[in-house]
Design a protein around this ligand. Structure first.
Ligand SMILES: [Zn+2]
Ligand SMILES: [Zn+2]
Length: 224
């Protein structure tokens, strides 16, 4: 019933060209292109998304994979439609045709947690939906909410400086107490978010996972 009402008030349309009754049209999908991969620490280009040897410190992400580039205006329309129009159908649609090739063999797909306070009114966390869509492409990898967010932080997008955003996420993530029976020692995790910007949240999540024994953590985002 609620979904029907939402369809009535918010008709489906391609976020790029506006064609009605379609989540994303094939022609616009081709405009999205693919991302050149970057090092998650310095943000400079990096082959396959590996963290540069010289950038890596203890607890850091081992690499980052992004599907699209947020700087591209078509990509921005799609991501903003997910974030601000709560267009959740777009997430599985983006995964429909992409080939995901990852060199490592991972154990878990883990979303960056969103505090309930920031969960949008349609009740979804875009990082979690992205993680679930990714997990369907990687049938041997389990989806697990291994992390929780401890305290509310003001919406990061509203904050201005990069430094402020970094300070704002320190010590806000923790292991999900409900999953303590899972042994994380030497495990490999794909940590998922919708967009990679400063990498502050992902970096903090990575530290929590690695201090719990996780050996390898790669980031995965729709766009950077
Ligand atoms: Zn279109
Ligand atoms: Zn680097």
């Amino acid at each position: 019933m609620i979904d029907k009402l939402i369809d009535f008030f918010f008709p489906r349309f391609c976020p790029i060209c506006g064609e009605l009754d379609i989540v994303l049209c094939d022609i616009c999908e081709r405009e999205l292109g693919t991302a050149s991969q970057i090092c998650p620490i310095c943000g400079e280009e990096s082959l396959m998304g590996w963290t540069h040897g010289g950038c890596k410190k203890k607890g850091h992400l081992d690499g980052l994979i992004s599907l699209f580039e947020y700087g591209d205006s078509s990509v921005r329309k799609v991501i903003d439609s997910i974030k601000y129009d709560f267009n959740k159908e777009l997430i599985p649609r983006l995964f429909k045709k992409v080939e995901i090739e990852i060199g490592e063999r991972f154990d878990f797909v883990v979303p960056v947690p969103l505090h309930y306070y920031r969960s949008n009114w349609r009740g979804f966390n875009q990082a979690e939906l992205t993680g679930k869509a990714l997990a369907t492409k990687l049938p041997e990898v389990g989806f697990e909410n291994l992390l929780i967010r401890k305290v509310n932080t003001p919406q990061q997008v509203k904050m201005l400086s990069r430094e402020k955003r970094k300070r704002n996420v320190i010590d806000v993530f923790d292991l999900n107490p409900e999953i303590k029976e899972i042994d994380l020692k030497y495990k490999k995790v794909l940590l998922v978010d919708d967009v990679f910007t400063t990498g502050a949240s992902m970096g903090e999540c990575c530290k929590v996972l690695k201090s719990a024994g996780v050996e390898v953590v790669w980031g995965f985002t729709l766009a950077h």
